[in-house]
Design a protein around this ligand. Structure first.
Ligand code: NCD
Length: 311
């Protein structure tokens, strides 16, 4: 019996995975990263990844595509709905059914909560949720946790600050659900209108020590990790509300100088004005490393979903 709980499985919510599953994928990521290209290229040979992106993406789509290529497979897909039959009015259901005919695994990003779960009910092949509205982005959280593990050598015992748009940022929810498996202090920093959605963290809040602030200065000297997020302009029902909170936080040299010397600054990217370019060259800025780990983790994930006993 294989202990690979990812084989042939949909990746819809990080809540569907145990701590053991997460640690299994982290160790698979370490193993796959150490393989030679010709060894890696066994896991996806002859297989096709189909992506469907109803929303913009840079890292998620490219890292999945690059990961699939490193496994010897190919990727096909839609990243500009206007160039596909979606523009003619084709439904999500028919688009998924069609991609299911042409691929072995589907990576979906869609503006509606629940979209990936819905797709998984229609598709015979596994669905990977690459962002469902403001609900979840589970593979981002897996790579975020992997990044923390690699950079800090542990997750337990850390004080993790999450700053920015905690209301609409889907990466925040998946990250919190993932962190609920560990013993961490979570410090949430946001304007009052962008606080975490209570109902969404209901089932994990008992497992985490959560503290909330509106100013980062109130907690800065405690933080081992600062996870910065973009204010999600496109998800505001009223753009005047966005204008009020836009530019509220910027992690810059002055903030960094008051933080712990070894603090790690993370960001799922894209960054707009919430991280000053002046800190990009510091040892604390690990957001590009995080994007690089993303390709490695997604390679391991694809290898595990596509093969019963890959590594
Ligand atoms: C994020 C997303 O799409 O949720 N991007 C990503 O996948 N790394 C974050 C964002 O758009 O702000």
């Amino acid at each position: 019996m294989s202990n690979n709980h990812f084989y042939n499985r949909d990746i819809i919510s990080i809540k569907d995975f145990t701590k053991e599953d997460l640690e299994f994928i982290f160790s698979a990521t370490n193993k796959i990263s150490s393989l030679r290209p010709n060894e890696k290229s066994e896991f996806g040979k002859g297989r096709t990844l189909g992506y469907i992106f109803y929303e913009p993406s840079t890292r998620t789509r490219m890292s999945f595509e690059s990961a699939m290529a490193s496994l010897g497979g190919i990727s096909i897909g839609i990243f500009d709905p206007k160039s596909s039959s979606i523009e003619k009015g084709e439904s999500l259901a028919d688009t998924i059914r069609t991609m299911d005919l042409y691929s072995d695994i589907i990576v979906l990003r869609h503006p509606l909560d629940g979209s990936s779960r819905f797709a998984s009910e229609l598709s015979n092949n596994p669905i990977i949720n690459a962002g469902s509205g403001s609900e979840e982005h589970p593979t981002q959280a897996m790579l975020d946790l992997y990044t923390i593990m690699k950079e800090k050598n542990k997750i337990d015992g850390l004080s993790i600050g999450v700053i920015g748009d905690l209301k609409y940022g889907r990466t925040v929810y998946s990250l919190l659900y993932g962190l609920a498996n560990y013993n961490v202090d979570i410090h949430l920093i946001s304007p009052s209108t962008l606080r975490i959605r209570r109902e969404s963290i209901y089932d994990v809040q008992d497992k985490l020590n959560i503290y909330e602030y509106s100013q980062i200065e109130d907690v800065l000297d405690k933080l081992d990790v600062i996870y910065v997020t973009r204010i999600q302009r496109e998800r505001f029902p009223d753009l005047q509300e966005y204008e009020k909170v836009k530019g509220t936080y910027t992690i810059d040299d002055s903030i960094l100088s008051k933080a712990k010397p070894n603090v790690s600054i993370m960001h799922p990217m894209p960054r707009t004005e919430e991280i000053s370019h002046s800190i990009d060259g510091t040892k604390n800025a690990i957001y590009f490393k995080q994007a690089a780990y993303g390709k490695e983790l997604r390679s391991a994930l694809l290898a595990l979903v596509l093969n019963e006993n890959p590594i």
